[in-house]
Design a binder for this molecule. Structure first.
Ligand code: CA
Length: 229
C-alpha cells in the first residue's frame, strides 16, 4: 500500500508542485490549506507523514505540530520560509522529524520525505518494542501523554527527553550509542551535534535526580553511549 502524505500548505501553486512530485514518486497525497483543519483530519485519516508549512491560516504550523505530537505517530517535516527560523524551531523541541526551507526544489523534498519515512519506520519498530514492566527505579512512562513519572511524581520532560527515555527504557541494560539516541530524537544528523545528546541526557538525569536523589538510573558507558539500569 502506498504511503500517504498530508500536504498542509496554503499556497495552491506550491501545494500543486509538491503533490505532482510526490504522486510521481508513488505516494498518496491529500492537501489541506488551513492549520486548524489538520488535527481533525489526522484523527480520522492518519497519514504516514505530514509536510507542514509554518505560516498557515487558522492555526500556525508550530501549534499544529505540538497538537499532532500528542496523539499521532506520523512523521512531520516542517516547511519554513526563513532559514534563520530553523534554529529557533529546533530550540522549541517540537518533535518534528526534519525541516525544509523555502524556496525548495521538489526533488529535495521527495528525497527528504523518503529518508524520514525510512528512518521513521525503523524508529517506530524500535519504539514499538514493549516497555518491560516494572521499569528500574519505579519509573512509569505514559506514552500517549509523552510523560514519565516516578512514585507518581511527574518528571516534567520535554518531548526530546521523553523520546530519549523511551528508547533507553525499551531495553534496560542495553547500551545505546549517541548516534542511535540521536536518531531517535531528531532523525536529522545534519542539524544535531553529538554533544546535544549529552546535554539532553544531562537534563534528563537532573530531572530524575530531583525525584529519585539516591539512585542513578541512566549510566554513561565511557566512549560508547548510555544505558538505563
Ligand atoms: Ca504559508
Amino acid at each position: 500500500m502506498a504511503e500517504s502524505i498530508l500536504i498542509v500548505e496554503d499556497e495552491d501553486k506550491i501545494a500543486g508542485v509538491l503533490r505532482d512530485y510526490l504522486v510521481a514518486s508513488g505516494y498518496e497525497t491529500h492537501r489541506l490549506a488551513r492549520g486548524d483543519e489538520v488535527e481533525d483530519w489526522m484523527r480520522q485519516h492518519a497519514a504516514d507523514l505530514v509536510l507542514l508549512d509554518v505560516m498557515l491560516p487558522g492555526q500556525n504550523g508550530l501549534d499544529v505540530c505540538k497538537a499532532l505530537r500528542l496523539f499521532s505517530p506520523a512523521a512531520i517535516i516542517m516547511v519554513t520560509a526563513r532559514v534563520e527560523e530553523i534554529d529557533r524551531l529546533l530550540g522549541l523541541e517540537l518533535g518534528a522529524d526534519d525541516y525544509i526551507c523555502k524556496p525548495f526544489s521538489p526533488r529535495e523534498v521527495v528525497a527528504r520525505v523518503k529518508a524520514v519515512l525510512r528512518r521513521g519506520h525503523l524508529n517506530r519498530v524500535a519504539a514499538k518494542a514493549d516497555l518491560p514492566a516494572p521499569l528500574p527505579g519505579g519509573l512509569v512512562l505514559d506514552e500517549p501523554g509523552w510523560s514519565a513519572a516516578i512514585d507518581g511524581r511527574d518528571l516534567g520532560l520535554t518531548a526530546v527527553e521523553f523520546q530519549l527515555l523511551r528508547v533507553l527504557a525499551g531495553q534496560p541494560g542495553r547500551i545505546f550509542s549517541r548516534e542511535q539516541l540521536m536518531d531517535s530524537m531528531y532523525r536529522d544528523e545534519r542539524l544535531v551535534a553529538d554533544r546535544t545528546v549529552d546535554s539532553h541526557v544531562k537534563k534528563l538525569r537532573r530531572k530524575i535526580a530531583d525525584v529519585l536523589p539516591d539512585r542513578e538510573l541512566i549510566h554513561s558507558v565511557y566512549g560508547v553511549g548510555y544505558k538505563l539500569d
